[in-house]
Design a binder for this molecule. Sequence first.
Ligand code: DX5
Ligand code: ZN
Length: 221
Amino acid sequence: MKDFLIAPSILSADFARLGEDVDNVLQAGADVVHFDVMDNHYVPNLTIGPMVCKALRDYGITAPIDVHLMVKPVDSLVPDFAKAGASIITFHPEASEHIDRTLGLIREQGCQAGLVFNPATPLSYLDYVMDKVDVILLMSVNPGFGGQSFIPGTLDKLREARRRIDESGRNIRLEIDGGVKPGNIREIAEAGADMFVAGSAIFSQPDYKAVIDDMRRELAA
Ligand code: DX5
Ligand code: ZN
């Protein structure tokens, strides 16, 4: 089977007992912790920063932490998140004045770097930086909130992103974020994604393992 990663978005976790909830979702079979950072400026919501990332590491979370920056400006937060234990840092190209520089900064800090594409953001931002990205993250909702519905047009965009990755010959992860659930994960995988963020679909259910197992069954089918 292809190497698929399931990355629960902790935006939908219980913030009052975050360490325990993250631990539970990892015990339930998740691969990566998706960490949504919102600044009430680039996106209309306010969430968590590097201190919370560090707190998860101090609590004993060892799984990769995938930091999705929905902030503007970007660069000043990169070293802070790297020090706090981030494994992957992705950002929205519209939020950085110097995309190439920001990608370089993330890698210099020892993290994997990625670009995030809003539903209406063109993939042409990749044109001159394909060799500098480790992850491409396509948003299948407008960023800011969990619990929204998957925008179907993202499937074509995934196919286009997959084509670009295959042509590059590089080992780049294709991540999808927004409205992913057991009922649509298979067609999303068929369109080319290999890393799946899911927030409400997992955390709204009492049995995280049942949802993650369902997703893996769909991916194996
Ligand atoms: C939205 C965030 C997502 C969000 C996904 O801006 O980037 O990671 O938590 O939530 P669901 O899976 O509920 O759509
Ligand atoms: Zn996200």
